[in-house]
Design a protein around this ligand. Structure first.
Ligand code: CS2
Ligand code: MG
Length: 402
């Protein structure tokens, strides 16, 4: 079998997605997600101009060799564009290998290690009442875990809280919109939010919160300590994580578990966080961390240090990424949680898939491969639309992490 064609498909069924379709001389093909929110065309160009020409004629069965060829062969290693492009190739080759073997990919990864993939949903609210109503909506659907994001009085908007009844989608304008942030107002309200939610829903519901890279280590330590009475499953992205050693300061002050990694693209971004046990969950995902091949390496390292998986799963990762993530989640021994933001009906129509939600679990498809596809004809009806993520400024105008 040989690769004879690789198509880079950019589509925008409500939001932009990039897909790589690798086609072989037998007609069999595999698909991979190559979406990088706000930088989609950079990955599409990297694939079209620098990767696809080198794939033609290669044996698609040689997944590891192809991964090494694209990683070491680029000379300029690591980074979100390179690793997302490699991830798309890797994911498509695993899809192909499953189809050729006649097995769902999780069977190629060691088989099932659990009954289903426990997922968490995104609850939010611009008032205390709206938030409690939203949390109860997820509980009623059978979710065992819910991420809680609340409005911050005094701020016009805040990460993770959309308009009532609308799906939260931050990448909304070609030029970044500007948001305002005030850490003091945020640190004041969050503990009260979790006191209300825990009082309403009791001790069994897993509660999570995303600080979205906005604190300093000592501020994160203060937040973690203030949340200890509410026993969160994790506090996510407390600080920008370039300085892995900075997490020691947070660890010294709080037992609130920490989850980091959705912006990481290789094991090197988190190697110290894992081996020094500075985090409890690693949030790397298929589409941005080099595909199934590299993600397995990260999770295997994490398993040695009591760190569990908690893969990113926002709507700016396509159903192809989610389908692949579920196969990895089902097989690894140190699975923690999988983020799940259901895609829109338009997106689901462009990416028909066999995974399904039942009783708080997502279940991957049992069909050979990943169990997801792309309807190219339908995808062509949704042209790319420039969209950037927002930027964030403090009230004095200082540029801050978004
Ligand atoms: C967030 C993401 O889901 C999460 O945990 O951090 O929604 C993130 O804001 C987006 O993926 C950015 O594109
Ligand atoms: Mg996050």
């Amino acid at each position: 079998m040989r690769i004879v064609e690789a198509r880079v498909i950019v589509t925008c069924p409500g939001r932009n997605f990039v897909t790589l379709k690798i086609i072989t001389d037998t007609g069999a093909y595999g698909v991979g997600d190559a979406t990088l929110n706000g930088r989609e065309l950079a990955v599409a160009a990297y694939l079209r101009d620098h990767v696809v020409p080198a794939l033609i004629g290669r044996d698609p069965a040689r997944i590891e060799d192809t991964w090494q060829y694209l990683y070491k062969g680029s000379y300029w290693r690591r980074g979100p564009v390179t690793m997302t492009a490699i991830a798309a190739v890797d994911t498509a080759l695993w899809d192909l290998k499953g189809k050729v073997a006649g097995l769902p990919v999780y069977q190629l990864l060691g088989g099932r290690s659990r009954d289903g993939v426990t997922v968490y949903g995104h609850a939010s609210g611009d008032t205390a009442e709206a938030l409690l109503t939203d949390v109860s909506r997820f509980v009623a659907q059978g979710y065992r875990a819910v991420r809680v994001q609340a409005a911050v009085p005094g701020l016009p908007s805040v990460y993770g809280v959309g308009k009532p009844g609308e799906t939260y989608e931050p990448a909304s304008s070609a030029v970044p919109s500007e948001e305002v942030w005030d850490t003091a107002l945020y640190l004041d309200v969050v503990p009260r939010v979790f006191a209300d939610v825990r009082a309403e829903f009791g001790p069994a519901l897993k509660l999570l919160h995303d600080a979205h890279h906005r604190l300093t280590p000592i501020e994160a330590a203060r937040l973690g300590r203030s949340l200890e009475p509410y026993a969160l499953t994790w506090l996510e992205d407390p600080v920008p994580a370039e300085l892995q050693d900075g997490f020691r300061l947070i660890r010294q002050h709080t037992t609130t578990p920490l989850a980091v990694g959705e912006v990481f693209t290789t094991v090197w971004d988190c190697q110290q966080l894992i081996t020094s046990q500075l985090i409890d969950y690693i949030r790397t995902t298929v589409v941005h961390a080099g595909g199934i091949t590299h993600l397995r390496r990260i999770f295997d390292l994490a398993a040695l240090y009591h760190v569990r998986s908690g893969s990113h799963g926002a709507t700016d990762l396509s159903p192809i990424c989610l389908a692949a993530a579920l196969h990895v989640d089902l097989a690894i021994p140190n699975f923690g949680l999988q983020e799940y933001m259901p895609h829109s009906p338009e997106t689901d129509a462009v990416f028909p898939h066999g995974y399904h939600f039942e009783g708080g679990y997502l279940h991957p498809s049992e069909t050979p491969g990943l169990g997801v596809d792309i309807d190219e004809e339908l995808a062509a009806r949704y042209p790319y639309r420039p969209a950037s993520l927002p930027v964030n400024r403090l009230t004095d105008g200082t540029l801050h992490s978004w």
